[in-house]
Design a binder for this molecule. Structure first.
Ligand SMILES: Cc1ncc(C[n+]2csc(CCOP(=O)(O)OP(=O)(O)O)c2C)c(N)n1
Length: 619
């Protein structure tokens, strides 16, 4: 009988005999590999956190205690053990399980996660609330070494260490972010993991303790002292005010349980350093953890293909940046732990000295680019739209107000799909609009991406951003040159205003509308900021009907700014429909489903146009 199938709640899990735990962990791994190979999702991180999650669930009560998984991409095992096993085939699908912790999905998910490095701060907030309200539960944050490179985490650690609040931080250290972890913190952790003197001492210590289990924790302080002498650099957590335990083997479930039980008895902040292997238990993922961080559907017997996939906006951006950097030695590419995702692998291998990977440090990246630009370099910060939100203050203060020539390659702008609400690129137009002096381009094709990147680097001055979507270009392959907007199609009845990838649906809709006798004029916005409404207003004077189509939240959208421009210019409108991402909160599902749901596909545009034609003329 499969042990995993017999587990319906935490009591069942606790009832599993200690000697059966390795078998259970094996079953969990098989389930994950089988299930994620069908649905796609995050795989390697979850495989590395199996024993850790089982131990957490055997020691704590996930419904009463608050277990926070940083980012949350490694929380599939937690979902599995909290009653969601039967829904795994719906993972990341429309109306299915979310790929990240989500309180709307289960009471065992204490907080919405998705972005890195915030778990310690959120945990501290929960611990403080518990103390102030006189309540009784434990608060635990599980954070990877990659996420620990984020500055926010250190603000949390600094507070937690000094606060004296009972709180447990588990550092799940696999030496990997999506790629290899970088930076001084990562160096420090790998020294702690590998220092031979310490490893020799630990082995001897373990052998001794096997025969004297009761002494283990009493001797902990002595061990800490020996460790401090051997590892003077490992004391950062102790110096910050934590009781520190580690490094311990993060695949030894029994050792993890003992450590957690010890941690639970402490009266202040504790940090447990667990060393794990990313992709543990699935050989291809252990060998190439970066390939198995996030996967599409694949055959587990074959593994994921390492071959380059078909070109998309990200890879085209990377190639375009390389081409420009060949001619201009001042061009540098900067990433915050997203080398692969932003298509910069070709840049890093062609120009290793001009490729800068900073770890999950978007704030630092933006300010650092400002410094580089001021001193004569041309940095491109390639970053996902939703992660750039972290850098908002630096965008205004260090780049905008000082007018630094920093180029932002804003990838995953608009609907990203299956990663859901924390990852949709909804807000970039809104927040970039607030940055003084910002120029914002919206390429609709690879040719435009090439042209606009070159313009941004070689012709512009001051802050420039390009927003482009996840995925591939559509039927539109043109290039509109340096015009701020272009009249792509003429019509008398309705003005469709769009930018970026939405042009494809707009063209399809216009063709369909023509067959119905509705003349749709299409104005494609190539440069969103600074706005130039001339062409749109001329079109609106003719048609009197505005239909904007955008993958962006309503606030700050082109549609709203056009409405106020029309009103200021005294252009009378007979009707208007703004199709966009509304509040910006868009759930998970395939991009096609989400576009259909939000009315952003050709069908939705036609429907809105027909609606406008049926509205009565107020005059
Ligand atoms: C603010 C932010 N930037 C980037 C990411 C993308 N991202 C998701 S997981 C991850 C790596 C996390 O590494 P680590 O915390 O060590 O976890 P592991 O996957 O190694 O278990 C990154 C960079 C993110 N989720 N949030």
């Amino acid at each position: 009988m499969n042990i995993l199938d017999s587990i319906n709640n935490n009591d069942d899990l606790r009832a599993v005999r200690a000697e059966d735990i390795p078998r259970l962990c094996g079953e969990i791994r098989s389930f994950l590999i089988d299930s994620v190979s069908k649905t796609g999702g995050h795989l390697a991180s979850g495989l590395g956190a199996v024993e850790l999650t089982v131990a957490l669930h055997r020691v704590y009560d996930p419904y009463k205690d608050r277990i926070l998984f940083d980012v949350g991409h490694q929380a599939y095992v937690h979902k599995l053990l909290t009653g969601r096993k039967n829904r795994f085939s719906t993972l990341r699908r429309f109306n299915g399980l979310s790929g990240f912790p989500n309180p709307a999905e289960s009471e065992a998910d204490p907080f919405t996660a998705g972005h890195a490095s915030d778990s310690v701060s959120v945990a501290m907030g929960m611990a403080r609330a518990r103390t102030l309200r006189g309540e009784d539960y434990d608060v635990i944050a599980v954070i990877g070494d990659g996420s620990m490179t984020g500055g926010l985490c250190f603000e949390g650690l600094s507070d937690a260490g000094e606060s004296g609040e009972p709180i447990v931080i588990i550092l799940n250290d696999n030496g990997m972010s999506i790629n290899k972890s970088v930076g001084g913190i990562s160096q420090l952790l790998s020294r702690a993991r590998l220092r031979p003197g310490y490893v020799r001492f630990k082995k001897a210590y373990r052998r001794m303790m096997r025969n004297l289990p009761g002494l283990y924790f009493r001797l902990h302080r002595l061990k800490e002292k020996v460790k401090k002498d051997l590892l003077p650099q490992g004391g950062i957590f102790t110096d910050l005010g934590f009781e520190y335990l580690g490094p311990i083997d993060g695949h030894d479930e029994a050792a993890l349980e003992s450590a957690l039980r010890w941690a639970r008895r402490q009266k202040g902040p504790v940090l447990i350093h667990a060393v794990t292997v990313k992709g543990k238990g699935y050989a291809p993922a252990e060998a190439f953890p970066e390939l198995y961080h996030g996967v599409g559907a694949f055959d587990p017997a074959e593994g994921v293909s390492a071959h380059a996939e078909e070109e998309d906006f990200s890879s085209r951006f990377g190639r375009s940046a390389v081409r420009l950097a060949e001619k201009d030695p001042s061009i540098c590419a900067v990433t915050a732990a997203m080398e692969r995702g932003t298509g910069l692998e070709c840049f890093s291998s062609r120009f290793p000295e001009r490729f800068i990977e900073l770890g999950i440090a978007e704030e630092h990246a933006a300010a650092m680019c400002a410094g580089m630009a001021r001193q004569g370099m041309r940095p491109i910060f390639a970053v996902y739209s939703s992660f750039l939100q972290r850098s908002f203050d630096m965008l205004i203060e260090d780049i905008g107000l000082t007018c630094e020539h920093v180029v932002l390659a804003v990838d995953r702008a608009g609907i990203v799909g299956r990663d859901g609400i924390t990852h949709q690129g909804s807000f970039d137009i809104a927040y970039l609009s607030a940055v003084p002096g910002m120029t914002l381009y919206a390429p609709s094709s690879y040719a435009e991406l090439d042209f606009m990147l070159e313009t941004a680097l070689e012709k512009e001055n001051g802050p420039v951003a390009l927003r482009y979507p996840r995925g591939r270009e559509g039927a539109y392959r043109g290039c509109c040159g340096d015009a701020p907007s272009t009249l792509l199609r003429e019509g008398d009845d309705v003005t469709i205003v769009c930018h970026g990838i939405t042009i494809n649906a707009a063209i399809e809709a216009a063709q369909q509308l023509e067959a119905e006798g509705i003349g749709a004029e299409i104005v494609k916005i190539n440069r969103i900021l600074p706005a130039d409404h001339t062409l749109c207003l001329a079109s609106l004077r003719k048609t009197g009907r505005l239909l904007s189509v955008e993958e962006a939240c309503r606030f700050g959208s082109v549609g709203t700014s056009l409405l106020s421009a029309a009103s200021e210019a005294g252009v009378p409108l007979r009707g208007c429909a703004l199709l966009d991402l509304g509040s910006g909160v868009v759930r998970h599902g395939s991009p096609e489903q989400l576009r259909r749901e939000l009315g952003l596909d050709a069908e939705g545009i036609c429907k809105a146009a027909r609606g406008l034609m049926n509205e009565k003329d107020p005059s």
